[in-house]
Design a binder for this molecule. Sequence first.
Ligand code: GTP
Length: 598
Amino acid sequence: VPVKNIRNFSIIAHIDHGKSTLADQLLLKTNTVAERDMVEQFMDSNDIERERGITIKLNSARMRYTDSQGELYALNLIDTPGHVDFAYEVSRSLAACEGALLVVDASQGVEAQTLANVWLALENDLEVIPVLNKIDLPGADPDRVISEIEDIIGLDCTDILKVSAKVGLGIDDVLEAIVKRVPPPKNTVDKPLRALIYDSYYDAYRGVICQFRVVDGSVSRGDRILMMNTGKEHIVDEIGVLAPNKVTVDTLYCGEVGYMAAQIKSVKDARVGDTITLSKNQAQEPLPGYVEVQPMVYCGLFPTDSNQYQDLRVALDKLQLNDAALRFEPEISTAMGFGFRCGFLGLLHMEIVQERLEREYNLQLITTAPTVIYKCVTADGQELMINSPADLPEPQKRRSMAEPYVRLEMVTPTDYVGNLIELATSRRGEYQEMRYLTENRTTLVFDIPLAEVVTDYFDVLKSRSKGYASMEYQMIGFRENDLVKLEIKINGEPADALSVITHRDNSYKLGKQLVSKLKELIPRQMFKVPIQACIGVKVIASEQIAPYRKDVTAKCYGGDISRKKKLLSKQAEGKKRMKALGRVEVPQEAFMAVLNLD
Ligand code: GTP
């Protein structure tokens, strides 16, 4: 297929608006995948993704399409992950396209994620084609949604496509629109190779498989390539297209999208956003937009069974081969023994990694409360990045502390505006602006510390808007604040796993909540257990767990042996997840308590 007949596009949408369903329809209509081979939703390929119904890893598919004039086209669909944690990956896969289908649920309308994705697409100069999906639904209100798209995003909707991806209505029009409205790639085949990596994943047999878009020149099997940002060289031993299964070819030319294997050992050496060029005939400059991703959320991971420490290390090593954003370093905690301090892009990324470790590697883990990364300037002027409260220098050795801020956009039915302003303000959000999207839908914009968003913000937003509001955020940098380290002492022993860095204004309330929650969650012991929250040497809140009374203890140790056994086996599972702290057994819920305070 000549360059002028190539179309590279992605589909952007808010979660659940029907991106995957539409992608499947396109694959079916172009006979790329036969109905009988269609695993439910081809584009969302891994288990965790399917269960959670969100796309985490990208996938591409080349389709062959003959248009109404009988011309043959190659349509490359480049999928984008559907979550804010992966905004960088989204931006790189959009950079590999010339156009995007903007799918909006006709019964819902424009949502926060729709907006965030559209801005990314427009930044990358893509032709955005609006598509109204789910017009089969009785609740569909195309006119309202069209006016939202026109007013908010400023897209011309005269030729808007109306489809039902589920029923298969209007799919031909979508294919025609891709051909007619998405511009072909520029023909720069004579320039030195520049190819943009928009995804890479690790394959146990063949090393890293990169997915890339050839922007200039061409690349062939056997070529010696150079990664322009990491400086690594490799020899291409396989190259091909995903159709959507791998089909090998000899050469890929400018405008084309494909994959390669080159004996690359880890995704660290083939990073998303890096530019591939030829060692012999190098391009002068890499493609713009490469960033080394910086984890923003950290937590400690500890095996419940300390014998699993080595297994955990091996598992993390393996996951990292496939996940350039995952960081980890050994951590020793007096409460929990040996484990790792791990860095993630965001909360979802963290949950996914935890879930993989538990499911795929059979590990039982205790996770400490997530914390963001802080910037601390010491008295002698050094700048430290702090990802664990344990690493924070003493107050007298600190000059200043700064924490990451995000710009938060919440889209909500106007009825809940008051609730959401209250929520954001109570989380130290600073009001920026309010835009009426339509009569009954509003966008609220706040600058807010990331630390306030990474806990349960999304859940609370959902419950205070009866499920109708959506949110999206992006990093806007660090800001200085009066931040302190709040320490918890159980039975006089500092529970380092429970210390947190927090704003001083929040520390009293948080300290109170923490100690009273811990009082509920820590089982009674044979002796009195004091629980204290402290800043430095100052105790700001405290509680006590009373010891068992004598008769209770007696009952516990006497009685029918088989009944006792039954009880014991029931408790065995829970017991494993407890960690001895001093002489006090602390259940995992206690550690998680730090998370769920409101
Ligand atoms: P993410 O992968 O999380 O981004 O979601 P998605 O945008 O891919 O949504 P998906 O395709 O999984 O669709 C979400 C739900 O909407 C599914 O239950 C679909 O069956 C349903 N759905 C998709 N398209 C239509 C449609 O045209 N009409 C109706 N009635 N339902 C649809």
